[in-house]
Design a protein around this ligand. Structure first.
Ligand code: PGA
Length: 267
C-alpha cells in the first residue's frame, strides 16, 4: 500500500469546551462575536475546523443562530446519556443532540469521570449511543498525576480508550482527546513531546481496534491548559490534530487566536 501522509489527510479541529459557563443569551453573543472575529480574519474553516460545546440549555439557541446566519461553526454537547430514552431524570439522549444538529459530543471528560463517577464501561455505552445517532464522539482520556508517577503517561489513557472503543464498529467517525488530568485548568500544559508520545500510542489503539484506515483518519486532540501561546508547539507534532480548549475558549480573541495558530506562527 502506498504511504499516505496522515497529517495532510486530517483536518485539524479546535474545540471549545465551555463547561458550566455562559447561559443561552450569552452563548448567542459569544458565537456571533466569534464568527465575526474569524470572518474578519478570513479564517479558512476547511483548513481548521472550529467547534463549540455550550451547556445543554444553550444548544437550541446556538443551533438557531448557526442555521440562520449559515455560520461555518460546529457545535455539540458536553455529555450524553448511554440510554436511548426513558426514566433517567436529568439525562440527555443522543437522539436529542442529533435533532439539534450537533456534529459532536464530548464523552468521558475527566470532570465527568471524577465528579460523577463515570466508568470506562459507561463511556463505552455513551460512545455507542452517540454513534448510533450519527453524532461523532470526542472521547476524552487522560492520566492523573498519580497515574503518571506510577504507570507513565500512556498506560491509563490507552486502557481507557481500549474500553471506550469496545462497542464501536469499524466504520466509526470518532475523535479522541488526550487530556492529562494534571494539565486541565492548572496552567501547566504537557509538553508537545509528551502529547505526541501519548497521541501516537492512542492512534495505535485505534489501529488495533478499528483498523489502520480508521486510525489514519481519526483526529487526536490534546487538551489541558492550551492557549494561543502554546498551541503551535502541539500542532507541529505529527499525531496531534487539534485541541480541546477549556478556560481559553471563553475569551473570543484568545480562542480565535488558537484557531488561527497557522497564521501567527507561520506554520
Ligand atoms: P483547560 O481545560 O483548557 O481549561 O485546561 C481543558 C478541558 O477540560 O477540556
Amino acid at each position: 500500500m502506498a504511504a499516505v501522509n496522515p497529517v495532510q489527510r486530517r483536518v485539524p479541529l479546535i474545540a471549545g469546551n465551555w463547561k458550566m459557563n455562559l447561559d443561552h443569551l450569552q452563548s448567542i453573543a459569544f458565537v456571533q462575536k466569534l464568527a465575526w472575529t474569524l470572518k474578519d480574519a478570513s479564517h479558512d474553516f476547511s483548513a481548521v475546523e472550529v467547534a463549540v460545546f455550550p451547556p445543554f440549555t444553550d444548544l437550541r439557541s446556538v443551533q438557531t443562530l448557526v442555521a440562520a446566519d449559515k455560520l461555518p461553526l460546529a457545535f455539540g454537547g458536553q455529555d450524553v446519556s448511554e440510554h436511548e430514552s426513558g426514566a433517567y431524570t436529568g439525562e440527555i439522549a443522543a437522539a436529542f443532540l442529533a435533532a439539534l444538529e450537533c456534529r459532536y459530543v464530548i464523552i468521558g471528560h475527566s470532570e465527568r469521570r471524577t465528579l460523577h463517577g463515570e466508568t470506562d464501561e459507561q463511556v463505552a455505552g455513551k460512545v455507542a449511543a452517540a454513534l448510533a445517532h450519527g453524532v461523532a464522539p470526542i472521547i476524552c482520556v487522560g492520566e492523573t498525576a498519580d497515574d503518571l508517577e506510577k504507570h507513565g503517561a500512556s498506560a491509563v489513557p490507552v486502557a481507557q480508550l481500549r474500553t471506550a472503543l469496545s462497542r464501536v464498529d469499524s466504520a466509526a467517525d470518532i475523535v479522541v482527546a488526550y487530556e492529562p488530568v494534571w494539565a486541565i485548568g492548572s496552567g501547566q500544559a504537557a509538553t508537545p513531546e509528551q502529547a505526541e508520545q501519548v497521541a501516537a500510542a492512542l492512534r495505535g489503539v485505534v489501529a488495533e481496534v478499528l483498523g489502520e484506515e480508521v486510525a489514519a483518519k481519526t483526529r487526536i486532540l490534546y487538551g489541558g491548559s492550551v492557549k494561543s501561546g502554546n498551541i503551535a508547539g502541539f500542532m507541529r507534532e505529527p499525531n496531534v490534530d487539534g485541541a480541546l480548549v477549556g478556560g481559553a475558549s471563553l475569551d473570543v480573541a484568545e480562542f480565535a487566536a488558537i484557531v488561527r495558530y497557522q497564521k501567527h506562527v507561520g506554520l
